[in-house]
Design a protein around this ligand. Structure first.
Ligand SMILES: Cc1ncc(COP(=O)(O)O)c(C=O)c1O
Length: 411
């Protein structure tokens, strides 16, 4: 018999007690008291640690794990993760300073992103952070700024591979892209460079993000090793590091399941055996949301309830301005619901009401959950959006319409 489609993506990563959701052992009421705020993001660091442990359980040991800070740059979280990962990937000068101030060695920090400004390149050179160079002009800028500063820039080349990530997810390689240097270009260009003018580190082969298909990821890894092999051979100086990308997704929407890491790890083990000269290099996987998204909830209080032409709307003190991605306006084509529940009424013993949950913004885009059966939603209850630990406050238009910014806490 076919299984019924689940109503939600998994949301079983937190403990609960007497129908109350617990984040780091605290009820939502207690977190509100701790913060003196009735709308917040709360991150459970034990869930982050469990994801990291799962990574190491399945991914072969020589491959290092880096955290892409853009997914969640909340400083207490990044500080906590400092000892749990082997490096940070940053996308701006601000993220770079945050990474450095955790005490992570500069040697284990890389700075990627198109259109780096001179001040950012200078800061990376001064700090000794590796620049993931995304264009030929960016390399010549880095070299001349390095000459002015009397310090060679550390450089890796971000590669726009010819292959594409298959299946769903966000493709960031293959075809014309603003990211990285096309692999065809690199094969001509690499032999022509003056490697005395910079410290060559290696290659960054990043092909995509938010992928839940094992086959697509293993195929991308297989293609990545084949490409890395050719790039290393085409480079006249030794390669030290290959960043083999990231892309591990997490389940957000009904019907999605957690990514199985075992077959991905088995494929990587086979690739390490197939390419022993690559296995001897420093190999890195960089992950953002896979490490943090499931560890976070966004909680707001229901402050009004009304019926319009037979449909019930629950209204809260939180919305799109705090959580753009949950509203469906951060990369979704058709809006789907994140997992949402009444955080103080978990379990089966409640009457369900079909509602649409909305925020305080004067736009129909401000939807927290659409036509969802929730456990007896009442004024004062906690509406909780799960899978909210990545691309939350910093990926949201917090000043839109001038409502208060959201608070965060790590527990
Ligand atoms: C270069 C790079 N690294 C890492 C990431 C993080 O992706 P995710 O949070 O899906 O792991 C991105 C996402 O855009 C990226 O562009």
């Amino acid at each position: 018999m076919a299984k019924p489609t689940p109503v939600h993506a998994p949301m079983d990563q937190f403990a609960q007690q007497a129908n109350q959701l617990l984040i780091g052992g605290h009820t939502l009421d207690d977190i509100a008291r701790l913060l003196d705020k009735a709308v917040f993001y709360a991150y459970d660091t034990s869930v982050v640690k469990a994801q990291i442990d799962k990574f190491h359980q399945h991914i072969p040991a020589p491959i290092k794990l880096h955290y892409a800070i853009k997914a969640n740059p909340y400083a207490p979280l990044v500080n906590t993760m400092r000892d749990w990962v082997e490096g940070f990937d940053v996308a701006s000068q601000k993220e770079m300073l945050l990474a450095l101030q955790t005490g992570m060695p500069a040697d284990d920090i890389s700075f990627a992103g198109p259109s780096k400004q001179e001040a950012e390149i200078e800061a990376a050179i001064v700090a000794g952070v590796t620049l993931h160079v995304e264009s030929a002009l960016e390399l010549s800028r880095a070299v001349s700024l390095g000459e002015q500063l009397g310090k060679k820039p550390k450089v890796a080349f971000r590669v726009n591979p010819a292959f594409e990530l298959k299946a769903s997810g966000m493709k960031m390689g293959g075809g014309p892209k603003q990211f990285g240097l096309d692999e065809e270009f690199l094969f001509d260009w690499l032999p022509t460079l003056d490697y005395n003018t910079f410290e060559f580190r290696g290659f960054h082969i990043f092909w995509g993000s938010q992928n839940l298909k094992v086959d697509a990821i293993t195929e991308a890894h297989t293609n990545t090793f084949a490409l890395a092999d050719k790039l290393v051979k085409a480079t006249p100086v030794p390669t030290r590091t290959i960043n083999i990308g990231g892309g591990f997704g997490i389940p957000y929407f009904p019907g999605e399941q957690r990514l199985e890491l075992a077959p991905i790890g088995e494929n990587l083990t086979a690739l390490l055996q197939q390419y022993p000269h690559l296995a001897a290099l420093e190999l890195i996987i960089e992950l953002g949301r896979y490490l943090v998204a499931e560890a976070g909830v966004y909680a707001s209080r229901i402050t009004d309830i009304k019926t319009s032409r037979g449909h019930t709307f629950v209204m809260t003190n939180g919305g799109l301005h705090h959580h753009l991605s949950n509203s469906g306006n951060f990369g979704q084509v058709i809006r789907k619901n994140y997992p949402v529940a009444i955080g103080n009424k978990l379990g089966d013993g409640f009457e369900k009401t079909l509602v649409t949950a909305v925020g305080p913004l004067c736009t129909p885009l401000d939807t927290l959950a659409d036509k969802m059966a929730l456990n007896d939603p009442q004024l004062g209850d906690w509406l909780v959006v799960f899978q909210s630990g990545a691309y939350g406050p910093t990926a949201s238009p917090q000043d839109f319409l001038g409502h208060p910014h959201v608070h965060e806490i790590c527990l």
